[in-house]
Design a protein around this ligand. Structure first.
Ligand code: GLN
Length: 533
């Protein structure tokens, strides 16, 4: 049976619960355990797919096509093990299951209530991955902050599971904040004490306290926290602000977090974690030989979380190339003016990436940026909407189809270079209905895509409704834009590239969702390399 670790958060949000979970999982994995992480989110949306990126950052898509919380991206980047639909649960999806069962008459006339029906469904989902036989340890991250009305059923479920699973099989970690008051020159423990009290009032005694802090916790402070919160002094773990999230596993190892977990869960004794390749990555990340600037042309630039996986992919690809990649967000709307001026604004960049997105805002600015990259031999990488826009730019400025567009932007265009597939046109419901998840792509030899992948058959993740319109493919090929990747079953265009250009590649899928520390994405690695030259 898998052992369970539950991670709750206190005092404020944004303390880095996702990174804590990913880092602890990494340490346990490096000791030889099979670990997975799941996230339980307290909101009513069935999944985050319908959320605006401003609300909740990027929507992370799994191989099996689930639209999930961006923390799953951290889990994959740290562990290099794919997650699935089962790794992200929301209150909405719990209620949906319970209500469907109620409508089917499964509750046999009983009154359906939060306790036990909602909590039973939560517990069932919490145990699901552990029952697969694939994992020794399951870490469950509870979204939100303890004390929120919305997370009460989750906390109650954890309370029940602690009894049902027993002490040796179940552990809770509480992440809190120990703020520094500059005027008093002091770290303050009171918020943590209150937060643990809150948790105690809900029936949960945390086994380990992880304290986010800007200054080191001395022994006195650790003792004080231990005494007031009923934990051992050795179970008060410092979580100092780190230079990069990828330092965090090593910092927690120094704090003996993994050792504390192993002893409390009575896991078989293991050797020290093997973190050699991780340290090697960090060494390269921190000692770059080159530096490049890449313009990230998008529309959610105020919020870096909206492009989380793209930023992280550049960190991985930069390390491989021993290059510091400075990703400079550029608002597409700001590039809509005079083309010559736009070109001047982009002059200092070594490469241009046009981001995924929805809707028409900023499209003309993206087209300007793409034209600039194409005409000036600046390495270009277009992802999803970025690839679609690159095709529209090519149609307009090379094929001379002035009114070419995507029907997403202009439904009446005479040249629908990017169009919706027929099966998409029938869809009326928004949630979970895009082309989602992993699809195969056949890569043609002697292309930039092939020299990056080194393979003719790949799988990449999708999240879109529109596709390249194959009626135009011949004209594109003749003019020098080549479909170097096609879906082998449907013939849909997956990768487009320009032959006479140092590096101009657009992809219909989302490579950023598959880049990990151990497996930096080949297209990002190749793009960064092209930008250095
Ligand atoms: N809006 C485009 C589509 O739905 C692109 C989506 C994306 O960039 N993820 O096809």
């Amino acid at each position: 049976m898998a052992k369970h670790i539950f991670v709750t958060g206190g005092v404020t949000s944004s303390l880095g619960k996702g990174i804590l979970c990913a880092s602890l999982a990494k340490l346990l994995q490096a000791r030889g355990f099979k670990v997975t992480i799941q996230k339980f989110d307290p909101y009513i949306n069935v999944d985050p797919g319908t959320l605006n990126p401003y609300e909740h950052g990027e929507c992370y898509v799994t191989d099996d096509g689930a639209e999930t919380d961006l923390d799953l991206g951290h889990y994959e980047r740290f562990l290099n093990v794919p997650t699935s639909r089962a790794n992200n649960v929301t209150t909405g999806s719990i209620y949906q299951t319970v209500i469907n069962k109620e409508r089917a008459g499964d509750y046999l006339g009983k009154t359906v209530q939060v306790i036990p029906h909602i909590t039973d469904e939560i517990k069932r989902r919490m145990l699901l991955l552990g029952q697969s036989g694939n994992f020794d340890i399951v870490i469950t991250e509870l979204g939100g902050t303890v004390g929120d009305i919305e997370s009460l059923p989750y906390v109650e479920s954890v309370r029940q599971l602690r009894w049902e699973l027993g002490r040796d099989n179940c552990l809770t970690i509480h992440l809190t904040l120990v703020p520094y008051l500059r005027a008093a020159h002091e770290l303050k423990t009171k918020p943590t004490q209150h937060s643990v009290k809150e948790l105690l009032s809900l029936g949960i005694q945390p086994d380990i306290l992880v304290c986010r802090t800007e200054h080191p916790l001395n022994l006195d402070l650790r003792r004080k926290l231990a005494q007031f919160c009923n934990v051992e002094t050795g179970s008060v773990i410092e979580a100092m602000d780190a230079e990069t999230i990828y330092d965090v596993p090593l910092l927690f190892h120094k704090e003996k977090l993994d050792a504390a977990v192993i002893s409390k869960l009575h896991l078989r004794d293991t050797k020290e974690p093997n973190l050699n390749s991780w340290k090697n990555f960090l060494g390269k990340l921190k000692n770059p030989l080159h530096e490049i600037k890449i313009g990230l042309i998008g529309k959610y630039n105020e919020l870096p979380d909206a492009y989380k996986s793209i930023f992280e992919s550049f960190i991985h690809a930069g390390a491989v190339n021993e290059t510091r990649v400075k990703v400079l967000p550029v608002h597409a709307v700001d590039l809509e003016g005079d083309y010559e001026e736009v070109a001047r604004r982009l002059e200092h960049l070594n490469g241009i990436l046009v981001a995924p997105g929805f809707g028409e805002r900023g499209i003309e600015g993206k087209i300007h940026a793409i034209r600039y990259a194409r005409e000036n031999n600046v390495p270009f990488f277009g992802i999803c909407l970025g690839m679609q826009t690159a095709c529209v730019e090519f149609a307009r400025n090379v094929l001379g189809l002035e009114e070419a567009s995507s029907t997403e932007v202009n439904p009446k265009t005479p040249h629908p270079i990017i169009d919706m597939m027929n099966d998409q046109k029938k869809i009326t419901q928004k949630g979970g209905t895009m082309r989602l998840g992993a699809y195969a792509c056949e890569v043609q030899k002697k292309t930039k895509a092939y020299s990056a992948y080194g393979s003719t058959l790949i799988q990449e993740r999708h999240r879109h409704r529109w596709e390249f319109n194959n009626q135009y493919l011949e004209a594109f090929e003749k003019a020098g834009m080549h479909a170097s990747g096609l879906n082998p079953d449907t013939g849909l265009v997956e990768i487009m590239e320009i032959k006479n250009h140092p590096w101009f590649v657009g992809v219909q899928f989302h490579p950023e969702l598959k880049s990990t520390v151990e497996n930096p994405h080949p297209l990002f690695v190749a793009f960064v390399k092209a930008c250095i030259q």
